[in-house]
Design a protein around this ligand. Sequence first.
Ligand SMILES: O=C[C@H](O)[C@H](O)[C@H](O)COP(=O)(O)O
Length: 224
Amino acid sequence: MNAQDLNKKKAAEFATKYIEAGMTVGLGTGSTVAFFLDALAEKNIEFTGVTTSNRTAARGAELGLKIVDVDEVDHIDVTVDGADQVDTYLNGIKGGGAALLMEKIVAKNSNKNIWIVDESKVKPTLGTFPLPVEVVPYGSGQLERKLAAKGLNPTFRMTDAGEKLVTDGGHYILDLHLNGIDSPELLSQFLSNEIGVVEHGLFLNTADTVIVGGDEIQVLDRQH
Ligand SMILES: O=C[C@H](O)[C@H](O)[C@H](O)COP(=O)(O)O
């Protein structure tokens, strides 16, 4: 296992401390969350897991975990998810695995959000990781041109087969290749107001705690 994966695994294993029997737990998506699912299965406690993607639902089922959809629960105690980049205010970019829409819905319905990342993902400012924007297929070419004219350097996310990637929700992803984001709040507002944008990967004021895997584990808590 390479150093980055080892650090993801360390953060994921540490996060299981926050999960108690009987809880309803939002389960994010991605390679770091995959380590978390393994560690949770090993912990062998009863809990209800709320999925954020077909991938997480399938892996959870393979591990014998109880997995339900978000509308089947009346609350979510805590959600554990990965992130692609996290800044010093604990804002982040998510969606590298194309699961941002369901992840944001689950996060916004959770009492607490914990992110698990390896140390290479913590940056002073956001934006060197391409920002995913989930868009309705109809008119997405027009939207791409509009975002390009704004200097936001969009590209459609493609599959290995050379097709436009389709998310679990049936949408496309436009990745914005930015050179840093001066104001995440303004960009978030701008994107949210564009017709055809379903959701974007800026997760602002969402994470309560970020667990950073490195030589040592760092636990960063949001200052409310
Ligand atoms: O859409 C995917 C998610 O936002 C992931 O949590 C994020 O991309 C981090 O993924 P990974 O743990 O594989 O680096």
